[in-house]
Write a protein that binds this ligand. Structure first.
Ligand code: HAM
Length: 528
């Protein structure tokens, strides 16, 4: 008999199981409590958003948006898209059979577009009418060419046919059915969208918001890098861009890590200035020209980045590029006066708060929205994926998303990595919070069962962890199971105990037994 194949979690995703989930809850509870002391409130944005939101916020050229997003089209457009692709990829038809198939694909495409317009899945606008007309025109031409071709046993008028096929290809390519949505690769864009959507600029400023939840990036999975991973992030939106805010946000993450006793925490900071000719733009132009001079010595990725985003070359981890990068001009020397002053003040504010940092002029981050302060935090025990938190300032991002001019700064912690680091360093000594039952209600007999159900209910109502076996078993078996589960006590309820009204409580560690009346037993356990 053929065996049925088993399902497995999709590559890069995983199940978080007890008792580990208790550690996750502990981390999240600590975040709720520490962030609340800094005046932050929780926001829960949706897990998917329009693709365009991330493209505009994070940047269309970034790895995250160009390679790693899970994007899909909403609606049943598969067949329409298949015909669109066929028509828009066809060129130079040179035999009758091909032309025959092509004619049919045109008529399917035409029919589907009309159908989708009729049921409202495509807009009934000028553009779609022009598209339909173009497809129709090519269809008529091809129909006539087929009749003519069959008669003369070959294709005629090839130049005109090529032109018509190309026109239809262009028309088909312009059909964009459905809304593209993406699973969020990060949440800063969503928080900014929500701030604009809910007119939060009218509330007291700044708005301090934090979130906890899954993010999705199609990266190559490895230790500490997943395709569904979790972030704990916070954003401060609106108000002023006082350096004290940058410092306080960083202080908050460090306090959180401190509370969790995260080992080997190491903070690096930088300022990448702002987008102006006398600041970052000027520096990037200089960097680009310096990189051109050493282009031949760089790897393919860095060579490509000279064109797309020269700053990202500074991020390179390639061994042979390090000595070259070290000789490049440094952004700190090219910041405008305002950005320089801001950066110096951020450092002073950090010192005032007792936050230790190291400056790293190569810290540029992989998302486009940053300006001025950027920072990253690494922790112990994570191997190559050791960045446990990244963040920075992003004044101007809200305007880019159609909102009012608004200051912004925030960070996101990789929760999976945070947990890994805690596990590696503290191992079994971690208070996981997942605890075995306190009382195992061992029952035998129909009368005893009704009492056992009531006893379990009363114990749980009193906040005591109680385990009630769903089926009857001999006391010997029940006690064995209670010990296996790690329970402290077994409450022994047989028909005799119930009839007498005295219940036996067995301490599993030493086997001693005590007898109680029902109210006394509850009192005794509540005091434990
Ligand atoms: P990010 O640096 O892309 O920044 O991500 C922040 C953190 O998320 C990383 O430092 C890392 O710990 C974790 N992380 C990223 N990708 C993965 C992955 N594939 N698997 C496991 N963990 C991962 C942001 O996302 C920005 N939105 C941070 C921010 C908020 N900046 C301002 N506000």
């Amino acid at each position: 008999m053929a065996s049925k194949s088993k399902f497995q979690a999709i590559r890069g995703t995983r199940d978080l199981l007890p008792p580990e989930t208790a550690l996750w809850n502990h981390v999240e509870e600590t975040a709720h409590s520490v962030f609340a002391t800094f005046g932050f409130g929780e926001i829960r944005p949706p897990i998917f958003e329009p693709t365009e939101l991330f493209a505009r916020a994070v940047g269309g050229e970034t790895d995250i948006v160009s390679k790693e997003m899970y994007t899909f089209v909403v609606g049943d457009f598969d067949r329409l898209i298949a015909w669109r692709e066929f028509v828009s990829n066809t060129n130079k038809i040179r035999d009758l059979d091909e032309l025959d198939i092509y004619e049919r694909s045109l008529s399917y495409l035409h029919r589907f577009v009309q159908e989708f317009v009729k049921n409202g899945h495509l807009p009934d606008d000028d553009q779609i009418r022009t598209t339909l007309a173009a497809v129709q025109k090519t269809m008529s031409f091809v129909g006539a060419a087929l009749i003519e071709g069959r008669r003369s046993n070959g294709l005629v008028n090839l130049d005109e046919l090529d032109r018509e096929v190309e026109n239809a290809a262009i028309a088909a390519g312009s059909i964009r059915p459905g809304e593209q949505i993406s699973l969020r690769p990060e949440a800063t864009a969503s928080v900014c969208r929500a701030y604009i959507e809910h007119n939060m600029q009218q509330l007291p400023q700044p708005q301090k918001l934090y979130y906890i939840g899954p993010m999705f990036r199609r990266e190559r999975p490895q230790k500490g890098r997943y395709r569904q991973f979790y972030q704990i992030g916070a954003e401060v939106l609106g108000g002023v861009d006082a350096p004290a805010i940058d410092a306080e946000v960083i202080e908050m993450v460090m306090t959180f890590f401190d509370r969790l006793k995260l080992p080997g925490v190491h903070l690096e900071i930088n300022s990448i200035g702002h987008a102006a000719d006398n600041c970052r733009r000027g520096y990037v132009a200089l960097l680009k020209s310096e990189l051109e001079k050493v282009k031949d010595k760089l790897g393919a990725d860095s060579q490509r980045r000279i064109e797309t985003n020269p700053l990202r070359v500074l991020d390179s981890k390639l061994e042979h590029e390090q000595s070259i990068i070290e000789k490049l001009p440094r952004i700190a020397d090219y910041l405008c006066d305002d950005c320089k002053t801001h950066y110096a003040a951020v450092k002073r504010e950090l010192e005032l708060r007792g936050v230790f940092y190291k400056e790293n002029w190569r810290l540029v981050r992989g998302l486009d929205y940053y300006m001025r302060t950027t920072f990253e935090i690494t922790a112990q025990g994570l191997g190559s994926q050791n960045a446990v938190c990244g963040g920075g300032r992003y004044d101007g991002l809200l305007e880019l998303l159609g909102g009012p001019p608004t200051k912004g700064i925030g960070f996101a912690i990789g929760e999976d990595r945070l947990i890994l680091s805690l596990q590696e360093s503290q191992g079994a000594s971690l208070a996981t919070g997942h605890r075995p039952p306190f009382v195992y209600v061992a029952w035998m007999g129909a009368n005893a069962y009704a009492t056992a159900v009531r006893a379990a209910k009363d114990l749980r109502a009193a906040g005591i962890r109680a385990e009630l076996p769903p089926t009857e078993s001999k006391f010997g078996k029940a006690l064995e199971r209670a010990s296996k589960l790690g329970a402290q006590y077994a409450l022994i309820l047989g028909d005799n105990e119930v009839a007498e009204g005295t219940w036996t409580l067995k301490t599993l560690a030493d086997g001693t037994q005590q007898k109680f009346t029902e109210p006394h037993l509850l009192d005794f356990l509540k005091k434990m």
